[in-house]
Write a protein that binds this ligand. Structure first.
Ligand code: SF4
Length: 292
């Protein structure tokens, strides 16, 4: 699994890598290496929902399942002037039914790809290129010239932002890294230990507190290295990074599931999440410059 995450590193959506790996193992070990071609079996594979199942079965096996992604919903909402909000769960059934009605059952794979491409290249979110559109003659929004009203959306909630303090803890020439639990956010990836700041808490104090809580170590000689911002798909983080010295204690994990004391040169052997890649290149220099 760590090899898969290392190869996937930096691309985000790590649950997809984990699920792909689990599904591959299941197919090889329990299905004689044969990918199921029917919907009810395929959708049981880890990570396979409606979208993945319809996409794989129609594109790989020409099975008659309509793919419904954001691009397809936008096209359908304009073609049929659908006022139901594309992002609400209550309208999911409407878009699936319409997509199913439109599907060309003689060439479902080609049809699904064409719909997705139409949404991505022609029926774009802003400024759809209706003059170049192959389905303009039966597009209701084009006829009424109100393409801009569709798709109807509901205002997205504001993306949460978290303030994190992270410690690069040196014990002699090695630093401590920890691994996140396998499922959940950024699951299975490695990171320097740390955690969220509480309201009004100074970043260095938050760092000392989190290190005690998460890995049971006492640290001192905190030296601020840098501040990085990073946006993930569902949240943003602001990270204060400190270099510090191991003072006392024995590692006991609360949250992380594994740890290593490694040399900086070994960092490249472990998959880290994207925010860490913004400051890892600074560590060699900062360590040499600021001998603790
Ligand atoms: S005619 Fe315009 S609005 Fe209608 S599907 Fe084509 S690009 Fe989209």
């Amino acid at each position: 699994m760590q090899d898969v995450l290392k190869a996937w590193e930096g691309m985000g959506y790590y649950a997809r890598a984990r699920n792909l790996h689990k599904a591959s193992q299941l197919i090889v070990n329990e299905m004689n290496g044969i990918i199921p071609e029917n919907y009810s079996d395929f959708i049981k594979l880890p990570g396979a929902g409606d979208y993945i199942s319809a996409a794989v079965l129609s594109l790989a096996f020409d099975k008659p399942y309509a793919v419904v992604d954001g691009n397809v919903k936008r096209v359908i909402s304009r073609l049929l002037r659908i006022y139901a909000p594309v992002s609400s769960s209550s309208s999911r059934k409407i878009f699936h039914e319409k997509a199913d009605l439109l599907l060309d059952r003689s060439k479902p794979g080609a049809f699904n790809q064409a719909m997705m491409e139409l949404g991505a290249l022609i029926c774009r979110p802003k400024n759809p290129d209706c003059n170049a559109c192959p389905v303009a003659s039966f597009c209701l929004a084009f006829k009424t010239n109100d393409q801009a009203k569709f798709p109807v959306t509901i205002r997205a909630r504001e993306t949460p932002e978290y303030h994190i303090s992270v410690a690069v803890i040196f014990k002699n020439e090695r630093v401590l890294i920890t691994r996140r639990k396998s499922d959940g956010l950024l699951g299975g990836l490695w990171e320097f230990p740390g955690g969220r700041r509480q309201e009004g808490e100074p970043a260095d104090i938050a760092c000392i507190r989190n290190i005690k809580e998460k890995v049971n170590l006492n640290i001192d000689n905190l030296d601020f290295i840098t501040h990085v911002n990073h946006a993930y798909s569902h949240f943003k983080i602001q990270v204060d990074v400190f270099q510090c010295r191991f003072k006392s204690g024995r590692v006991a994990l609360k949250g992380p599931v594994d740890y290593r004391w490694i040399f900086l040169a070994e960092l490249e052997n472990f998959p880290f999440h994207a925010a860490h890649h913004k400051f890892i290149p600074m560590l060699n220099d900062s360590h040499e410059d600021r001998q603790i």
